[in-house]
Ligand binder design. Sequence first.
Ligand code: MGP
Length: 193
Amino acid sequence: MASEVATEASVEAAAEKQPQKLERKWTFWFDKQNKPGAAWGTHLRNVYTFDTVQDFWRLHDQIFRPSKLPINYDFHLFKTGIEPKWEDPENANGGKWSVTCNRKASLDTMWLDTLMALIGEQFDETDEICGVVASVRQRLDKLSLWTKNASNEAAQMSIGRKWKEIVDVNDKIDYSFHDDSKRDRSTKSRYTV
Ligand code: MGP
């Protein structure tokens, strides 16, 4: 009897140690914003690519928590193969939903909830998603969810609604096109949800 229990326990322990594969690979990035006037993206670094649940938790817990970042730094989680910049072909026609956060604790929670939704493939329009950025700033921290086809209003509205549920935000959130942001920093939003 004792050996039966021991066998069950060891099977469970072995199962827990098995890496749980994610649907796809994801990459964490890191960036430090330059002083105004300096070239954007010179500090942008691809830090770690993973495809298991275990690696995700290890990386999140040890490194990728926005509350650990100083002001003017960013973390990103993007699908592997997509660079977190407008210039990447997957982002070239895209845009982003943005949520501001006024407390470090809520930034960490919203970031983690978003990461889990992304790696858990919780969005219906999963092909539309490129990644998410956490920006730590002097005034208000911000999360931005980058998507692929900005002009696909139905897809973006559906993603925006779902994201609000995930991060538990009641205020309106805005979607801007990267093309507009390239032209004018104080760009207006195209969609609101
Ligand atoms: P931002 O970070 O998207 O705007 O871009 P935000 O959030 O209003 O500003 P922040 O100071 O809070 O970060 C800020 C500026 O960075 C843009 O106006 C661009 O000059 C530059 N920039 C930002 N992004 C995401 C890119 C990019 O992907 N490519 C290039 N070339 N420049 C970028």
